[in-house]
Design a binder for this molecule. Structure first.
Ligand code: ZN
Ligand code: ZN
Length: 318
């Protein structure tokens, strides 16, 4: 992402309570950016809708799964439907709001493919019959969207949201191995922790230095050090010395980190649609090559056709 139009009055230092810059991507991540929530959603997109199916697909403990299903239902992402009367049994189905996360789910798979060089999941694009490789394109001009060609500016809905409460009840990504699909584990490691995901988003706004991240996110320095280290070990950021005496370091997005951009765009689009208040979205993206407000669409790299739940199918193994 290019220049951020900074307005000093928007600076978090001017607030006495903990806040984070309002961003639709951050709002979306605050709702779904938890490893178990992401794994449940991923299973739901694969057609799982019964409790035992979610257990089998994600490896989650039943109490944990009950908690995440309830949260997703409360957020309007899943809805309960009766599939058996006596005894009463419910399935969990994606709502329209939930199905709106399809692009983000595709971008998680795309990132894992780019990172590992192998298909994360064999998904078929039905109109052309090819194994799906996705690109994110600008709806106005059809050009492929890259971080370097998109600028961000504040909108009337700009400002600060209260910092999310600590997830005391949620297991940190540092604890225990998930038994979820390995294809999404890596993306979950970045997104499933609010500070790593906010940091990755801040890096796209051009922030590189410890003090700048700290001012932007209003985060304690021990947490910031830990999460920067984690993003370096995940290959999303690299630590580069920019001054010798005294030694000073900055954190730059790597190629793998830059590939997260379409995912952040997909999360922003969803947050703009479903989570913005009456004042509208907090910021707007512009596609520099055509000068239009960026409305991103996911397309099939092979045929250029649009990609949605109805035009894709998961290929059978073997
Ligand atoms: Zn464009
Ligand atoms: Zn296609």
């Amino acid at each position: 992402m290019g220049e951020r139009h900074h307005d000093r009055t928007m600076s978090p230092e001017n607030h006495s309570f903990r806040t984070v810059r309002a961003s639709s991507a951050a709002r979306a991540l605050n709702l779904i950016g938890d490893r178990w929530t992401l794994l449940v959603l991923y299973a739901a997109f694969r057609g799982v809708n019964r409790f035992d199916g979610f257990v089998a697909q994600t490896g989650m403990a039943r109490s944990l799964l009950t908690d995440r299903l309830a949260r997703l239902e409360a957020a309007g992402v899943l809805e309960k439907r009766l599939y058996q009367e006596r005894p009463a049994r419910h399935g969990y189905h994606l709502t329209e709001k939930g199905r709106g996360l399809f692009d983000a789910a595709l971008m998680i798979l795309r990132w894992e493919e780019r990172r590992s060089g192998e298909p994360a999941q064999r998904v078929i694009h039905k109109p052309c019959g090819c194994v799906l490789k996705t690109e994110m394109a600008c709806k106005a001009c059809g050009g492929v969207v890259s971080a370097r060609e998109v600028t961000v500016a504040p909108e009337p809905g700009a400002g600060f949201d209260p910092a999310p409460p600590p997830r005391a009840q949620r297991r940190s990504i540092a604890e225990g191995e998930g038994r979820g699909d390995p294809a999404v584990e890596r993306a979950v490691a970045v997104l499933g922790d609010r500070w790593t995901s906010y940091l990755a988003a801040a890096a796209f706004y051009g922030l590189r230095r410890f003090g700048d991240f700290q001012a932007e996110l209003n985060v304690a320095s021990n947490i910031l050090s830990d999460r920067l280290g984690r993003l370096v070990s995940l290959g999303v950021l690299e630590k580069v010395r920019y001054q010798e005496r005294p030694e000073r370091w900055e954190y730059r997005l790597t190629g793998v980190g830059r590939e997260l951009f379409p995912l952040i765009v997909a999360l922003m689009a969803w947050g703009d649609r479903w989570l913005a208040g009456p004042e509208g979205p907090p910021e707007v993206l512009t596609h520099a090559p055509c000068g239009q407000r960026l409305e991103a669409v996911v397309i099939c790299a092979a045929c250029g056709g649009t990609v949605g739940p109805e035009t894709t199918a998961v290929a059978e193994a073997g």
